[in-house]
Design a protein around this ligand. Structure first.
Ligand SMILES: Nc1nc2c(ncn2[C@@H]2O[C@H](COP(=O)(O)OP(=O)(O)OP(=O)(O)O)[C@@H](O)[C@H]2O)c(=O)[nH]1
Ligand SMILES: [Mg+2]
Length: 876
């Protein structure tokens, strides 16, 4: 247990605080970090392999900007029984986010917890029984460990608890022992695919009403915050201790990873008074964002039943992302009239009119709203209240009782073409609906001039989805440069980075800094080993050196303190917890970073960075400023933001709306006073391939996009990565594979694609030494380069540039051919250097042109634009 606590509670004693000379990696920031709650990608904060086994891939979409209408997609997370060690890791992760304070003075708590490497299993704890701070915190952690063990193995659990009980002779925690604050029960519910097991947690019923569930003080008038999972209430003194930095919103630490109590869904994202007193506006926003966006807090989609059929995840996504989604969607049974958009709770009159024509749920049943009027609208027997409205509109329901109601309000007799009247055009209808508590359609339904077509048995509404924006999807494999292009577009079209976006980027840059350091440290270890061998060989060859008492110093050896830091950092990176520890701990370690950067051994490794395999090029930009970046006062510049690898620490989906001067669509046309097209609004949605889920299953979310910008890193042809199945994959081939998936996706059948071949600047350098033939797909690349070189630098540069151009043309042609074979259509291609504003500007304008051309192409024979390989050249 000692080692358990040690891994959970790495604590620095005040003594250790004073003599800070030796870096001790066990001094986690957890106990000392008093900054704001940290911005973390939730799935990373609780690593999937440690804490959860998700049944579907994760698409976490904390929107970082824009009014993206797309929803947050979330998998079902089943909480699997965990091993004690995994729970501990889980807990320690969470504890990394906690801001537990030192034991309050004057409460008789004299905590003296310490450990040293040599005494791993024999720590001494001494606390007074009234300790209120650390001891209670420890108690909670111990409880957590115990409860997790119960999950796994009852018997083992008893053993562990009894050993803990023995320990209580030394450590006394000031909490009533008999009360377990949270109780769990298992809930079985039927889903489409089978039984879904969900663990439900609720606060202990033994705590008296009004009392804080942690300190057991207060009364019903004390302001409290509650846990959205178990409903336990905490006073303002306890809430941060119990909830830490709330990576899933307001949940006790032990409730993290559990679904919320559905009765609390209405409270999600709504901050309470207590939290407002404790946190800054920025912190509150982050917590609320986590609460709303994190996957486990999402609606359990299988509990939403429409027309008798439980919805699939995709259907819920569709429902929530449609133009007029149901308000306050909760688990329950609903009916939905696809034709009119009427929506209501099963057995009740309609409550809302949502977007019609959504393909979800089963067929509407006659008795869906429990009507008893014998009059049917779109096959549903309507209620008496609705009948009154029909009467008010003047529809004669005596002769005919079966009607069709279109989304625009037109009423037809079943099987007839003639429109009998229009529900929504009748003067006074709004008032009547108000009186009868019946829903009115959104305004745009009524004002749309859509053509209603009656095919005898079915009303089809054309252009029902009003598309206010032209949507552009920007997608590519990791490192393809999608976020660089997105950020560049933001700057180009004057969409400022909001304060929280800058904060996110700052966190990202600081976290990545530690990643770059760790990559170099790994290289350093290799260099040190190599150098040791050299020294040994030298000593063998020249024994006189050692005989003379001379020893050769290893120039790659770090001091003990830096070595400890190095081991600790590498361990964190290896365990995948970098995002959990940094940037929160940045301030803590900025001193060490400064020391490391000035260290000769580290500098020696930095000088050999080109030999360190995974060392990213962009690290060259950030690492020399390690001291500045790791300091608490660091503010990223615009260039830092552009160069940062990514856009937010969560790397979720991002979107922005922008409009550009009319020339956006007129780069290749003469702009005259008369041919200015109207100002067009665009929505740029950037998504990283990892956000598309396994086999790109979320692609259908983007079916309403007008143009897809598919981004490929031109320099990835000789780069590899190891996938989840430990298979070595060529990055260019992976890009090709994602491209194929996208262009053949049924929802993208007719979409326009613009291929962005990015990092052209880097290609120019790389292609000199690494031929394109390194990638098997490009095996026949054989550019003809003039041998007529005069020994002059200029001509060499021209040749390099020429080869890069050929390379680009070749890659473009490969993708074009592939696209042609798969779709029979033309692919538009452009080369881009994402870090250059002009280059991105031209590419996006070209996108505008493509849209216009595609439009024209779809018109009957209006243009004869030929997009041959020459067009590739023009476009670039
Ligand atoms: N030299 C050079 N670097 C680039 C270019 N485009 C992007 N980069 C860098 O390449 C790295 C990866 O780019 P990102 O924009 O993060 O691309 P991404 O990985 O597809 O996007 P995210 O998934 O959001 O991280 C970043 O460090 C960029 O600064 C380019 O055209 N030239
Ligand atoms: Mg990136």
């Amino acid at each position: 247990m000692g080692s358990i606590l040690r891994s959970i509670l790495p604590i620095r004693s005040s003594k250790q605080d004073e003599d800070d000379d030796e870096f001790n990696p066990e001094y986690s920031f957890a106990m000392e970090y008093t900054g704001p709650p940290v911005s973390y990608d939730i799935p990373r904060a609780v690593p999937v392999d440690v804490a959860y086994i998700p049944t579907a891939s994760v698409v976490s979409t904390p929107f970082t900007s824009g009014n993206l209408s797309l929803p947050v997609i979330h998998p079902v997370i089943k909480r699997e029984p965990k091993s004690i060690s995994s729970e501990i890791e889980d807990t320690s992760l969470v504890s990394g986010l906690i801001v537990p304070d030192t034991p309050p003075e004057g409460e008789g708590s004299s905590a003296s917890l310490g450990f040293s490497d040599s005494q791993e299993n024999s720590q001494e704890f001494s606390m007074s029984s009234e300790g209120d701070g650390l001891d209670n915190y420890c108690h909670e952690i111990v409880e957590l460990c115990n409860s997790s063990q119960q999950d796994e193995n009852q018997n083992e659990s008893h053993e562990e608890i009894s050993s803990y009980d023995n320990r209580t002779q030394v450590v006394t925690f000031g909490e009533p022992e008999s009360i377990s604050m949270v109780e769990s029960e298992t809930d079985y519910s039927q889903s489409q695919t089978g039984v879904v097991v969900q663990e439900r947690r609720h606060a202990s019923s033994q705590v008296k009403k009004g009392l804080c569930h942690r300190c057991l003080k207060g009364n019903r008038f004390t302001s409290k915050e509650f846990c959205i999972v178990c409903d336990a209430k905490y006073c303002s003194k306890c809430v941060l201790r119990v909830m830490g930095s709330m990576p899933e919103g307001r949940k006790c630490i032990s409730c993290i990873g559990y679904p919320i109590d559905e009765s609390n869904r209405g409270h999600i994202g709504k901050c309470s008074k207590v939290l407002k007193q404790l946190l800054t506006d920025f912190q509150i926003k982050q917590v609320m964002d986590f609460e709303e966006a994190c996957q486990i807090n999402q609606l359990p989609y299988w509990l939403v039943i429409v027309n008798g059929k439980p919805l699939s995840l995709e259907e819920v996504v569709q429902l929530r992302s449609c133009l007029y989604p149901p308000q306050r969607l909760r688990p329950g049974s609903y009916w939905y009239d696809k034709l009119s958009g009427y929506w209501g709770k099963e057995g009740h009159k309609p409550s809302q009119i949502i977007t019609p024509q959504l393909s979800l749920g089963g067929l509407i049943m006659e008795n869906a709203s429990n009507g008893n009027t014998k009059v049917k609208i779109n096959n549903r027997v309507i209620t008496k209240t609705e009948l009154k409205m029909l009467k008010f509109v003047g529809i004669n329901y005596k002769d005919c009782t079966d009607f069709w109601l279109g989304p625009d309000g037109s009423v037809l007799e079943e099987g007839q073409k003639q429109v009998k009247g229009n529900m929504w055009e009748k003067p006074g209808i709004k008032m009547v609906c108000g009186i009868l508590s019946l829903p009115m359609p959104p305004k745009s339904f009524m004002s749309s001039e859509d053509e209603t077509v009656n095919n005898g048995s079915k009303i089809m509404q054309k252009n029902i989805d009003i598309k206010p924006l032209t949507k552009i999807l920007l997608v590519g494999q990791d490192q393809s440069g999608t976020s660089a292009i997105y950020k560049q577009a933001k700057t180009l079209y004057k969409i400022p980075f909001l304060e929280n976006e800058r904060e996110e980027l700052k966190s990202l840059i600081q976290r990545n800094l530690y990643l770059y350091i760790s990559i170099l440290l790994e290289g350093l270890i290799k260099f040190e080993e190599e150098y040791s061998i050299q020294i040994r060989n030298k000593l063998v060859d020249q024994p006189s050196t050692s005989a003379a008492g001379g020893s050769i110093e290893n120039i790659y050896s770090l001091s003990t303190k830096l070595k400890n830091f190095s081991d600790w950092l590498l361990e964190i990176v290896k365990s995948g917890n970098l995002g959990t520890v940094f940037p929160a701990a940045t301030r803590e370690y900025s001193g060490v970073v400064e020391e490391l950067w000035k260290d000769k051994a580290f500098q020696a490794a930095y000088a050999r960075r080109s030999e360190v395999g995974a060392f990213p090029i962009v690290a060259d930009y950030f690492l020399p400023r390690a001291v500045e970046i790791s300091s608490a006062n660091y503010e990223p510049s615009d260039v830092d933001i552009l160069y940062a690898d990514g856009i937010s620490s969560s790397n979720g989906l991002t979107s922005m709306e922008f409009s550009v001067p009319s020339s956006f669509t007129n780069t290749y046309m003469e702009v005259t006073e008369h041919n200015h097209p109207p100002l067009q609004r665009y929505e740029l949605i950037r998504v990283n391939s990892s956000n598309l889920g396994d086999n790109c299953k979320w692609l259908s979310m983007f079916e309403d996009v007008d143009l897809i910008l598919y981004c490929v890193d031109l320099t990835s042809y000789d780069e590899f990565y190891i996938d989840n199945n430990l298979i070595l994959k060529n990055k260019m081939l992976e890009s090709k594979s994602l491209f194929k998936t996208m262009v053949t996706h049924p929802r993208f059948k007719d979409k326009a694609f613009l291929l962005i071949l990015n990092k052209f600047d880097l290609l120019e350098n790389k292609i000199k030494t690494r031929p394109l033939t390194e990638c098997e797909w490009f095996h026949d690349f054989n550019p003809f380069i003039s041998n007529h070189t005069n020994n002059n630098n200029n001509s060499n540069n021209n040749n390099d540039s020429c080869v890069a151009q050929y390379g680009f043309q070749y890659v473009a042609a490969k993708f074009k051919r592939l696209f042609g074979e798969l779709t029979g259509r033309k692919l538009y291609v452009t080369s881009v250097t994402g870090l250059e504003a002009d280059s991105v500007d031209v590419a996006l304008r070209y996108g505008g042109e493509v849209l216009r051309w595609v439009d024209e192409e779809n018109k009957p024979k209006s243009s004869n634009n030929e997009w041959s390989s020459e067009s590739v050249e023009t476009s670039s």
